[in-house]
Write a protein that binds this ligand. Structure first.
Ligand code: XUL
Ligand code: CO
Length: 441
């Protein structure tokens, strides 16, 4: 098989003092942190679309990326070259998992039959490479947003023929995910949303979206696909208002349609910040509601209002994310998918390695810091003490449902003055900094 990245060899862990850019400084896959190896905590995945098919095009300019598979002129040969290159990348980067959309891996044909035939051919190649390199599919998904047929959405389209086509496409995507032993299947909203209510029947669109998800649940059961279904919230882009706005909106939707037992969420950092939340907020909300399934690791730019999908290098955010993930007991069968792309000006093929190393090291360091923070319990102890009034006296009676308005009025009338304590935010922020800066491991 051809070698696509002949200038880069296997990336190894060399420790924090290494000056070799092609080495891990913090990610030591087999090192045990707490009860499991780093690779089991992190379950890193490569995103096929940003890594193998992205060109660097933006609304103002064409693609800039120089890729070793550029010379392929036939669409299927190109798809095969990309697939081979993907496994070389995963192998050299020591990434165990990958994620893809159906249309990332194989080109669309003139008909759905032809498209499915293309997919089958590439899936067979993928399966053999998975075996050869010992790699696994974290999740598959269907791209129901790029083709112009999806102009009004897929499951929320006003056109029943489009709904039917989306159902057929998702059916096939679930089948190939099962064929490749995918551990999850993702629904990101794509164009499921609206631009203006002047032309939108929101009630019907939401009902239809739920119908589509129910069909997926039923079909998975029928064919014995046991992977976890995930919904990936995003508040806007491409539509002005995406129906899966954030984790809280998704939870309300799922409960409303009795779908909550079948779905968890795949939380993406840049989608959280687009919703005016922190990544930590979305992870925390999902965790306490027991539906945190997986994450898309990336970061936005605080000065830009769109989904820039940058590789995550912010150690503070990664630490707080890993803190939530540790408190969740991990993510399995989910993982950490780098839904991140190299910048348009980082157009050389080596940049793909440097970007993944940066992202993986940031999360590895975040895991190390978060583990110590949680183990020592500084934040946990503070929060426990902060809410201690609910563990005794009147607070305990409130929590146990033993009192109502009348009893509380009687209590308040005789409880003067009320004494509050400081929230100590600045102290806690400096403690987190201490963990980040003092742990040089
Ligand atoms: C889009 C996005 C998608 C999903 C998969 O913003 O994040 O790539 O992760 O469809
Ligand atoms: Co994503």
């Amino acid at each position: 098989m051809r070698e696509y990245f002949e200038n880069v060899s296997k990336i190894n862990y060399e420790g924090a003092n290494s000056k070799n850019p092609y080495s891990f400084k913090y990610y030591n896959p087999d090192e045990i942190i707490g009860d499991k190896a780093m690779k089991e905590h992190l379950r890193f995945a490569l995103s096929y679309w940003h890594t193998l098919t992205a060109t660097g095009a933006d609304p103002f300019g064409v693609g800039t990326m120089i890729r070793p598979w550029d010379s392929e002129t036939n669409e299927m040969d190109l798809a095969k070259a990309r697939m081979e290159a993907a496994f070389e990348l995963m192998d050299k980067l020591n990434i165990e998992y990958f994620c893809f959309h159906d249309r990332d891996i194989a080109p669309e044909g003139k008909t759905l039959q032809e498209t499915n035939k293309n997919l089958d051919e590439i899936v067979a190649l993928c399966k053999s490479l998975m075996k050869k390199y010992n790699k696994k599919l974290l999740w598959g998904t269907a791209n129901c947003f790029t083709n112009p047929r999806y102009v009004h959405g897929a499951g929320t389209s006003c056109n029943a023929d489009v709904f039917a086509y989306a159902a057929a496409q998702i059916k096939k995507a679930i089948e190939i995910t099962k064929e490749l032993d995918g551990e999850n299947y993702v629904f990101w909203g794509g164009r499921e949303g609206y631009e203006t209510l002047l032309n939108t029947d929101m009630g019907l669109e939401l009902d239809n979206f739920a119908r589509l998800l129910q069909m997926a649940v039923d079909y998975a059961k029928e064919i014995g696909f046991t992977g976890q279904f995930l919904i990936e919230p995003k508040p806007k882009e491409p539509t002005k208002h995406q129906y899966d706005f954030d984790a809280a909106t998704v939870l309300g939707f799922l409960k409303n349609y009795n779908l909550d037992k079948y779905f968890k969420v795949n939380i993406e950092a840049n989608h959280a910040t687009l919703a005016q939340h922190t990544f930590q907020h979305e992870l925390h909300f999902a965790r306490i509601n027991k539906f945190l399934g997986s994450i898309d690791a990336n970061q936005g730019d605080p000065l830009l209002g769109w989904d820039t999908d940058q590789f995550p290098t912010n150690i503070y955010d990664a630490t707080l994310a890993m803190y939530e993930i540790l408190k969740n007991g991990g993510l399995a069968p989910g993982g950490v998918n780098f839904d991140s792309k190299v910048r348009r000006a980082s157009f050389e093929k080596e940049d793909l390695f440097l970007a993944y190393i940066a992202g993986m090291d940031t999360f590895a360091k975040g895991l190390r810091v978060a583990y110590k923070l949680l183990e020592n319990g500084d934040l946990e102890d503070f929060i426990k003490e902060k809410y201690s009034s609910f563990t005794e006296g009147i607070g305990k009676e409130i929590v146990e449902g033993k009192v109502g308005f009348k009893e509380l009025e009687a209590y308040a009338l005789n409880n003067n003055p009320i004494i509050n304590k400081s929230g100590r935010q600045e102290l806690l922020e400096s403690i987190v900094n201490q963990y980040i800066f003092e742990d040089h491991k």
